[in-house]
Write a protein that binds this ligand. Structure first.
Ligand SMILES: [Zn+2]
Length: 242
């Protein structure tokens, strides 16, 4: 029942999100005490795509933040400083390593994305670690589960909740898990890098979440919005109870 309700809300929210105007600026939310600020879910960097504005539902409640410790910065790799469509500059520019966070789920891409207003987009969010050091900062398991896949630059973790989490761009030699291994919440997986198989990307963790959800009379496994769950997880991490 709760599940069906959730999906109904989700579909309603999606139709709301579709009606919103293209470019909206908003004031970042400030979070008391720890200096953490963030734009709300769906407020992507202007002209980088259309996010799910107005949808603040936490799709993956109580997950652990996927990086071992703060600070961490969710923002666009492509539209950030030094990115393909971003301001000219160094990828390690301090503007990339500063708050406020910016959601980049649904950012312009060609992947089919049923939950993105454009029907296509970025499957998850990109997260920079504390600083630009390569192969130094650890990504960790967001919940207890099994490692189901290890590819050239992607790792999949199937959590007890049934959701599948994907970690991309970790340094291959730093991987501390193997396929079929059970991991606990917070267990180290590998170190954040710029690995994209034969090519390289910027130094960041791409993190996404897949879940099977119902659309009317059929079910489909889709990438769900991760940003609100990560804001929530990050606040817990900052408070020292991840
Ligand atoms: Zn990404």
């Amino acid at each position: 029942m709760k599940f069906i309700l959730t999906i109904t809300i989700l579909i309603l929210l999606q139709s709301c999100a579709k009606k919103e105007k293209k470019v909206v600026t908003t004031t970042p939310e400030t979070w008391k005490g720890k200096g953490f600020t963030y734009y709300r879910a769906g407020y992507l960097k202007p002209n980088s795509g259309i996010g799910r504005r107005g949808d603040n539902f936490i799709y993956a409640p109580k997950i652990r933040f996927p990086l071992a410790y703060p600070n961490a910065y969710i923002n666009s790799q492509v539209y950030g400083v030094g990115g393909l469509y971003g301001q000219k500059g160094n990828l390690c520019d301090k503007r990339n390593y500063s708050y406020p966070w910016r959601d980049n789920y649904c950012e312009k891409r060609t992947h089919g994305m049923p939950l993105c207003p454009a029907g296509v987009g970025h499957q998850g969010v990109d997260i920079r670690a504390k600083d630009c050091r390569d192969n130094f900062h650890y990504a960790v398991a967001v919940e207890e589960g099994i490692i189901t896949y290890i590819g050239s630059y992607s790792i999949k973790l199937r959590g007890k909740s049934g959701r599948t989490y994907r970690y991309l761009h970790l340094n291959s030699d730093s991987i501390q898990v193997r396929r079929g291994q059970r991991v606990w919440r917070g267990q180290k997986i590998g170190r954040v890098s710029n690995n994209m198989g034969k090519t390289k990307t910027s130094i960041h963790l791409h993190f996404d979440i897949k879940e099977t959800i119902r659309f009317g009379n059929y079910s489909k496994s889709v990438y769900i919005p991760p940003y609100t769950s990560l804001v929530d997880a990050y606040k817990r991490l900052l408070m020292g109870r991840p």
